[in-house]
Design a protein around this ligand. Structure first.
Ligand SMILES: Cc1cc2nc3c(=O)[nH]c(=O)nc-3n(C[C@H](O)[C@H](O)[C@H](O)COP(=O)(O)OP(=O)(O)OC[C@H]3O[C@@H](n4cnc5c(N)ncnc54)[C@H](O)[C@@H]3O)c2cc1C
Length: 503
């Protein structure tokens, strides 16, 4: 990714600057940006421009890279649920290759190798499953009584769950950190771990793991192709936005290669991490209520480390959990995935692609990003040798480590709802400024944050609001100048203002 940015800067210098006038400028060609453009186009509104700093479209947090003879997904890999999930529908329509993902297909390891009693791991996993169900029930009851939010750690402890053995800590890590990218201490009970989403996903019927050599973003590219050609001048790739000037009349976007784009409306789909940073200058500075809301949510980091070995020395499991003492403090190479599991690699292992993927999260990811690849590899080798004591584990032929936290176009992987952030913060985060500068992306999703489908639905929804502004008047977005006390919502039947889609 670093190489891509360098290449990008070189490309940016050679472009002739333009002054463009348009009705809508869409900032970002990720899932949200493409979906917004599609919604405008479907409504016959063709006067828009899409700007992205990357050289490719299709969702930058949905990107893949060649690794050996295969391609691996650096970002999004799972389609969470089926049914009404628009991403699953698109995947089916465009023939994306996926394989069912089974989180129960787990091998348990500790510092002495494969646990002799695998049932012990299964029992603890089952115990945690029932704790998760209790968490949802507990969160619902507390919200109905209008009690304050708790950290997931406090709630887990109140419900009697204690990760006081390495195995219990590893199981908790797999269920909390590995999903939310932050430990239970950070996560909100009400809006993260205590939601039905955390058990079934927003959409039910199981998750699919993308194993298509064209990459997950193939579906987004195909969708874009239904309404915009790749060489259409409205698609401005390799274009880094440096400043966004907004007022109640229009929005002006300045790019690093000297383009000036004047639009009636802008849809900003930059990640929460980018909005929390000063990488793009917004003029005037966002009002305090907006900044408070953006800073109240967390942009987490989820790192998939890929290792390619000459020989395969592991079994057919889909997942492996490595339980050691350190696991209790935010994970230490805890969750492993076997990309040679039956149905997983799109090319057979005969091609020599024996690939393991290990995930790190949160502060561990940030620590790793500061290290060189060979330093990380050294740590991983020590872990693997403990997990497989009966074989001499040879170093991998290749290692691939995406660095999402350091990347200036993302500053992390996806958002998480931390303890302390209220519904009103979320409403403020999503609220437009001056009805001209609008925000969409996974983080602004009121239904579910953090996923490709969230970004897709948000792009569509915000484009719909702008169409309303153009044809009649802008819809009123709830926002709060000063947020005081805890959330009390009496007008909805459900305690959460968002939550699960009904099926
Ligand atoms: C490691 C990882 C694993 C994930 N796993 C899953 C998963 O399995 N399933 C799932 O559903 N979701 C997953 N996600 C989340 C999912 O990828 C995102 O929620 C979704 O892709 C976000 O789309 P978006 O359009 O909101 O943002 P983005 O894809 O970030 O789009 C924003 C665009 O803005 C551009 N941009 C930023 N700054 C500038 C600038 N200054 N100038 C010009 N352009 C700029 C970026 O290049 C980017 O293309 C994962 C994400 C990561 C990183």
């Amino acid at each position: 990714m670093r190489f891509r940015l360098l290449l990008l800067s070189v490309l940016l210098i050679s472009v002739e600057s333009k002054h463009i006038k348009t009705k809508v400028v869409i900032l970002g060609a990720g899932a949200s940006g493409i979906s917004a453009a599609r919604a405008l186009s479907n409504a016959g509104m063709e006067d828009y421009v899409i700007v992205d700093a990357q050289s490719f479209i299709g969702g930058s947090r949905v990107q893949h890279e060649a690794f050996g003879n295969s391609f691996v997904e650096l970002g999004a890999n799972w389609i969470y649920g089926k049914g009404d999930n628009p991403i699953h529908r698109m995947a089916m329509q465009h023939g994306l290759k996926t394989t069912p993902n089974d989180k129960n297909n787990v091998a348990y390891f500790d510092d002495f190798g494969l646990l002799k009693n695998q049932e012990e791991g299964v029992d603890i996993s089952n115990e945690f499953e029932s704790v998760k169900i209790k968490l949802v029930d507990y969160a619902e009851k507390r919200m109905k009584r209008q009690q304050v939010d708790l950290s997931s750690r406090s709630a887990l402890s109140l419900l009697g769950w204690k990760p006081n053995t390495p195995l219990k800590a590893a199981v908790e890590y797999f269920n909390i950190d590995w999903e939310f990218s932050e430990p239970a201490e950070m996560c909100s009970l009400d809006y993260a771990t205590g939601t039905v989403d955390s058990i079934t996903g927003t959409y039910p019927l199981g998750n699919e793991f993308v194993v298509d050599e064209r990459g997950f973003n193939y579906v987004l590219k195909k969708e874009l192709a239904t309404f915009l050609h790749l060489d259409d001048t409205r698609l401005m790739l390799n274009t880094l936005v440096t400043e966004v000037i907004y007022n109640d009349q229009n929005v002006t976007v300045i790019t690093s290669n000297g383009h000036v784009i004047e639009a009636e409306y802008a849809i900003c789909t930059f990640s929460l991490g980018v909005l929390q940073s000063d990488l793009v200058q917004f003029t005037p500075l966002f009002p305090e209520w907006k900044r408070e809301s953006l800073l109240s949510f967390h942009m987490t980091t989820y790192t998939k480390i890929f290792l390619r070995f000459k020989e395969r020395f592991w079994g057919d499991w889909q997942f492996a959990l490595y339980a050691n003492n350190v696991t209790q403090h935010g994970g230490y190479y805890t969750v492993w995935q076997n990309l040679n599991a039956p149905g997983y690699l799109f090319k057979p292992a005969a091609t020599g692609d024996n690939i393991l993927m290990v995930t790190t999260t949160d502060t561990e990811s940030q620590r790793i990003e500061r290290m060189t690849n060979s330093q990380v590899q050294h740590e991983i080798m020590l872990v693997l040798q403990k997990m497989f004591p009966s074989v001499q584990v040879e170093p991998p032929i290749d290692i691939l480590i995406p660095r999402w936290h350091q990347h200036p176009l993302f500053r992390g992987s996806y958002s998480n709802w931390p303890i302390g952030a209220l519904k009103k913060h979320h409403l403020n985060m999503r609220a437009p400024l001056e009805n001209r500068l609008w925000f969409a992306g996974e983080a602004t999703s009121s239904a579910t944050y953090g996923f490709v489908h969230s970004a897709w639905l948000e792009g569509k929804s915000v484009a719909g609001s702008i169409l309303e502004c153009m044809t009649s008047q802008c819809p009123v977005y709830e926002k709060h100048e000063y947020i005081t006390g805890c959330d009390v919502y009496v007008r909805e039947k459900k305690p959460r203002f968002f939550g699960q889609f009904s099926h």
